[in-house]
Design a protein around this ligand. Structure first.
Ligand code: ADP
Ligand code: MG
Length: 875
């Protein structure tokens, strides 16, 4: 490589300090990136990769971007998960013989960005900081979730044997843009939770002694905080918070944490914990397949008009409430807004125009707000009072509380008094400050504008004096003011003119008085621009002192937006207000699935669901595609929506207050995860059996399906027995194991339901109606016909099915597997293969019916030979 230049040595010394970051190294008007980073970054930013010192033997790879356009490129890198350190020139350029002094001025990471272009409006952008401490059983795990763009700062802590999965669930819910972990062991333990989600936690060194942690937190939130929140009880959570603050400090974020209003302890605080699997299966905030917001429950409820509202609504959906009065409070407000479309319309009209105050505050504290933004803030704040007035006559407590939105007239008055109505985006070109606001500004302005008058006057005078009609006074950046005289008139130029510039057709001159005036005007202009900037900064500082109030208003406005959004959904989709019963009964009349009912195409058929205090398990059988999954998920979604404080998709709904709602899906519905799906399915089931109580709602969709028929059925049955006998949770269980319907007679509280179908010739028509009783056929063959299998295959399948059914009923085993034409249980000893082989050899066209029966009999014998070995204990 040869000898490196001093500048490259300087670069490498920075790179050594920040090996995991791409260094944006300022060279004049460019940021340059060198060596391997250049190769990586050039590809990521889609810029040309060049070289430095290209005539040397081993030129250094180089990628460069102009500083004025750097944001775009930074965003590209951050969007792809890179971290970037800005290394800027500071102090005098090229002082002391050559090398410019440079410093790392800011570090940008995906979890700490505040640039609106980088952020998704309706989503929080979390940095997750994980800590772990030894002690107790299995240690303590702490999590700090920080959204630098909104000032949201929350911590949580877990201990005991479930600590790790609970932390994993939290991370899943947060979907952090960036995670760091203070303990290498915890990072290792968390991998199985994070990796499948494409998340990973970078190591971060932080020594968490209590005195240090306490000091860091007190510095941020004041001395009383520690006692107020009894923080000494949460060593891991506070360590994570302190680590987060230290990490952010290290990044030299320009907001300096000024906008982290509160430290919020979210220690299972009144929320229903919704585990990650349930959230996924019910598609609460993202769809299962594509992970998109569109098509999720959140998407149905989201008619918010502000970004703050959208983010809060997401939290509401992820954190259903447990306390009845809090839920009723929301319902009350939703109902009032629903019943008054006029009021709702007006509220929506106002909300539509509001700035994202939360993110505004973080940009404000980072010094990234210009005069236009402040005028925008004023316009938003001016809408608050009328909005509060709109809610004046509301009865719902949550709407009433909105009337107490802070009064911002002082600050809006100040902004209006200082800034012009439509200021320029640039802060250093003047034109910001209103006339009459500041005497000095007015004086300097009058000099510059008087100057203009003087110049006109001067031009007139000089024309008169010299007799040159075409004489012109002008200004240019490089030469300042000048008098221009065209070539033919040059002999008329008086002696006191001094030449400044020669053009092709003219000469430009200056005179003493013009020079003097020039100095006055440019001096005044420079002063004016500087003074305007200072006044703007003073105003900005003043507004920063209002941040706590602005943030308080943001919270209230977000809440109003969520409430009106749920009212809007209730109206549009004809939802009803749920009622909560103390008796532990579920009575849903004409319930629907909030998402499936919106699908275009088939008209949605509503269904009732009734479970009195004595019934605990509903077993739902029915052919594939009949609507089992949809039916049981509707119930779970209705339960969740009710506890979110939303209206629900039904004509009437009476529900108990659930302590938890779980949804699990049998493994074969979830091939996307690969690997030992059955193992996963069983782990997921195990976690429910541990955590569910008699006040929980369980929705189990074909559990036991991930293994062979008999295993699966046995497990399904014992799980149901356990739930029925031990837990008593309200359970909806869909299955294709028809044998399970026998439980109705054996276990009190179990009821059978089935999806009604009508046979039309050989076709099956799904009625989508849930009726009491059991289905006696699985209609697999009929469904296969619907799916378009060739006629020959269907014919064979039917014949085999008929035989199997007779055989089975003779044997009192009413096994109807998902694919009835495949032997009940694949056998490793190859007898299945034997049967299939024989089937294959048969030439049907040459058989009489009698011969066919004969052959079937033989096949059956083969089957029974094998079954005999392990048929005991099956009924
Ligand atoms: P299963 O679980 O019994 O195989 P699903 O619940 O997955 O059936 O439903 C299959 C499809 O039938 C769904 O994707 C949906 O389009 C439709 N469907 C289900 N329930 C209804 C209903 N009540 N009304 C209308 N269409 C429905
Ligand atoms: Mg299903």
């Amino acid at each position: 490589m040869g000898e490196l230049t001093p500048m490259m040595k300087q670069y490498l010394s920075f790179k050594e300090q920040h090996p995991d970051k791409i260094i944006f190294f300022q060279v004049g008007d460019f940021f340059e990136i060198f060596f391997e980073d250049a190769v990586v970054a050039a590809r990521a930013m889609d810029v040309v990769l060049t070289t430095r010192d290209s005539n040397k033997r081993n030129p250094i790879p180089l990628a460069g971007v102009p500083i004025h356009a750097a944001d775009t490129y930074l965003n590209k890198l951050l969007g792809q998960g890179f971290k970037v350190a800005l290394c800027e020139q500071v102090g005098e350029t090229a002082a002391q013989g050559g090398l410019v002094r440079r410093e790392i001025t800011q570090i940008l990471t995906p979890g700490t960005v505040t640039d609106p272009q980088m952020l998704e409006e309706s989503k929080n952008n979390y940095l997750a900081v994980i800590s772990s401490l030894p002690g107790g059983t299995g240690g303590y795990y702490g999590l700090a979730a920080v959204d630098v763009s909104t000032g949201d700062f929350r911590i949580n802590e877990w201990s005991g044997e479930d600590a790790l999965p609970l932390l994993g669930d939290s991370l899943l819910q947060l979907q952090p843009a960036e995670s760091i972990c203070c303990s290498p062991e915890a990072a290792q333990q968390l991998r199985p939770y994070l990796e499948p989600q494409g998340l990973s936690a970078a190591p971060y060194e932080f020594s968490a002694g209590t005195p240090r942690v306490k000091k860091i937190l007190e510095k941020q939130w004041g001395e009383t905080l520690w006692e107020e929140l009894s923080l000494s009880r949460y060593p891991a959570a506070t360590a994570a918070a302190a680590a987060a603050l230290e990490y952010l400090k290290g990044l030299q974020h320009p907001a300096r944490g000024k906008h982290f209003r509160n430290l919020e302890l979210s220690l299972a605080g009144g929320w229903m914990p919704v585990d990650g699997i349930t959230a996924r299966n019910l598609e609460l905030t993202r769809t299962l397949r594509e992970g998109k917001r569109k098509g999720s429950l959140l998407d149905m409820l989201d008619h918010c008009l502000t970004a703050m509202g959208r983010r809060l609504l997401c939290r509401w959906v992820e954190q259903p409430l447990l306390e009845k009065n809090l839920i009723e409070e929301r319902l009350e407000a939703v109902e009032e807004l629903r019943l008054d479309p006029l009021l709702r319309g007006k509220v929506r009209d106002e909300l539509k125009h509001l700035l994202d105050l939360e993110r505004f505050c973080s940009r404000l504290c980072s010094g990234r707000v210009n005069a236009r933004d402040l005028v925008g803030l004023k316009e938003t704040l001016e809408r608050i009072a009328p909005l509060a007035r709109l809610l004046d006559s509301c009865r719902a407590a949550l709407l009433q509380s909105l009337r107490q939105l802070p009064d911002f007239s002082a600050i809006t008055g100040r902004i209006a008094a200082v800034l012009v109505d439509d200021p320029p985006a640039q802060l250093r070109e003047g034109g910001l400050i209103r006339d009459g606001c500041n005497e000095e500004v007015d004086r300097l302005r009058s000099i510059t504008s008087d100057g203009r008058g003087w110049l006109l006057q001067f031009e007139k005078k000089e024309r008169h004096r010299t007799g040159i009609k075409s004489l012109r006074v002008g200004y240019n950046r490089n030469f300042g003011y000048y008098i221009e005289v065209t070539r033919p008139n040059l002999e008329l130029v008086p002696r006191d003119y001094t030449r400044r510039q020669t053009l092709v057709n003219a000469e430009r001159f200056i005179t003493g008085p013009l020079k003097e005036m020039e100095e006055q005007i440019t001096g005044a202009r420079e002063q004016l621009v500087q003074l305007e900037f200072e006044l703007f900064e003073a105003l900005r500082e003043k507004v920063i002192t209002e941040v706590p109030l602005l943030q308080a208003a943001a919270v209230q406005l977000a809440r109003l937006d969520c409430l009106q959004s749920m009212a809007e959904a209730a109206e549009r989709y004809r939802y009803c207000r749920p009622r909560f019963s103390e008796k532990g009964e579920i009575r849903i009349k004409k319930g629907r699935h909030p998402v499936v009912e919106r699908n275009p195409g088939e008209r949605f058929v509503p269904n009732d669901l009734t479970m009195d205090d004595k019934s605990s398990v509903l077993i739902i059988t029915g052919p594939n595609m009949a609507g089992k999954s949809t039916y049981i998920r509707s119930a779970a979604l209705i339960g969740l929506m009710a506890q979110i404080g939303s209206f629900v998709p039904a004509e009437e709904a009476e529900l108990p207050l659930f302590d938890r709602i779980f949804a699990r899906v049998g493994a074969s519905d979830d091939l996307s995860r690969g690997l030992s799906t059955f193992m996963v399915e069983m782990q997921e089931t195990a976690s429910i059996l541990k955590e569910a109580t008699s006040r929980s709602l369980l929705v189990l969709d074909e559990i036991g399906r991930g293994t062979s028929t008999y295993d699966g059925m046995s497990i399904a049955r014992s799980v149901l027995e356990y739930i029925g006998r031990r837990i008593g949770a309200k359970t909806l269980f869909s299955t294709h194991y028809h044998e399970l319907t026998n439980l109705e007679e054996e276990l009190p509280g179990v009821k059978n339901y089935t999806m009604a179908v009508r046979e039309k010739g050989k076709d099956v028509l799904f009625l989508r109606r849930v009726v009491a009783g059991r289905s006696d056929k699985s209609y697999g063959v009929n469904v296969a016909r619907l799916a378009g299998l060739p006629a020959e295959v269907l014919l064979r399948a039917e014949a085999i099915l008929a035989e199997l059914e007779t055989a089975a009923s003779r044997d009192r085993v009413r096994q109807l597997s998902l694919l009835p034409f495949v032997p009940k249980r694949p056998r490793e000893d190859g007898s299945a293969g034997k049967i299939l082989g024989k089937l294959e050899e048969l030439d049907l066209n040459r058989f009489t019916p009698l011969e066919a029966l004969q052959h079937l009999h033989e096949l059956q014998q083969l089957l029974f030979e094998d079954d005999g070995a392990d048929s005991e204990g099956e009924d």
